[in-house]
Ligand binder design. Sequence first.
Ligand code: GDP
Length: 361
Amino acid sequence: MVKNKISKIFHKKGISQPETTSKSSAKKIQSKRSKLPSTKKFVAGILEGNITFLSRAITLIESTNLKHQEKANTILEQCLPYANNSVRIGITGVPGVGKSTFIEAFGKQLTGEGKKVAVLAIDPTSSVHKGSILGDKTRMEGLVSDKNAFIRPSPSGTSLGGVAQKTRESIILCEAAGFDTIIIETVGVGQSETMVHSMVDFFLLLKIAGAGDELQGIKRGIIEMADAIVINKSDGDNIKNTKIAKVEFNRALHLYPIKNSGWQPKVVTASALENTGIKAVYDMIEEYILLVKKNKFFTHNRNNQNTYWLTSTIQQHLYDSFFKNKNMSTILQKEIKFLKKGQTTPFTSAKKLLKSYNDKT
Ligand code: GDP
C-alpha cells in the first residue's frame, strides 16, 4: 500500500516554474556583472565609504590577472591622498586563544565609541590549507552585521609575502573608505607576526594563562614586539590564574629596555566572552596613540615602515627576477657543479652570475 502511494507521488508530473528572467535579460545582467566599473567610479565609491566598491577593489588587489592589478594600482594611487588617517592595530595569538571572540568584543567597543573598524587577516597557513582564519565569518557574527565594521578574510593560496603586500594595499583602501581603526589579525605562528608588526602602530599579543609556566615556549622576539599583552579568558575559575600570569608577564616585560616609542608595554586581563577588560584595552591604546603622536614617534614609525616596505619590495622583485630567470638558473646549476668539484668559490661564482645577470638585463 505504502509503496504504491509513494510511487504515485513520484509519477506525478510537476508544473514547470514560470520563467522569472528571460534569457536575454539574464545575459544582460551577467555582462553587467562581469564588466568592471571605471576607475573613477571605483575611487568615488570607495571615498563615499561604499563597502561593495571597497570589497571589489580589494578583490582586484588580490587578483593575479595583470589587467586587474594595473587597475588596482591606479585606484590605489588615487586613494592614497585620502589614506593614512587611522590607527592600525595588530592582534596575534595562537589558535584558540580567543582572537575572533576578542576582535568581536573589541570591534563592538570601537563602533560603540563611534569608530569605523576594518578587520583584515594575515594567515600564514592559508597557502598550505587554502583556508583562512577569518574564512568563517560567523565567528564574528555581531561585527559582521555592524554597518560600521568591515571584515575581510585573508586571501588564500598566496605566499606570506604576497599576502602581506596585499594587506598593506588593502589598508590604504580601507582608510580611504573612512575606516579610522584597522585591525590586522594573524595567527601567532611562523613569520607572520613580524610582518604584521611592521605594518601597524600598536601590536597586541593575546595570551591565556597556563599553569604558571607562562614564559615557556613563548618566543622572545614576540614579547619584544608587543606593546601590550592581553591575557584573555579571565573569567570563572580562571580569574586567579590570569592574575598570576599578569604578574609574570609584567616582570618579563620590565626586563626589556624602554621602547623607542617611549611606551612601557602593559599587561591587561580580559574576558572577550564576558566583555570585561575590553574597555581597558581601548583606553590603553588611546593613551598610547596620544603619547606617540605627541612625541612624534607615530609618524617616525610609519615613515620607517614605508621605507622598509619599499626596500623589501625591491628585494623581493630582484630575487624573483634573478631566480625565476631560466638562463640564470642554468648557469647557477653549472656553477654549483663547479663548486662541488672545488673548481670555484661561492664568491667567484656569485660575481660571475651577477655579472651575467647585469649584462643581460
Ligand atoms: P581564535 O582561534 O584565537 O580566533 O579563538 P576563538 O575566538 O575562536 O576562541 C576559541 C574558543 O575560546 C572558543 O570556544 C571561544 O568561545 C573561547 N573563548 C574565547 N574568548 C574567551 C573568553 O574570554 N573566556 C572563555 N571562557 N572562553 C573564551
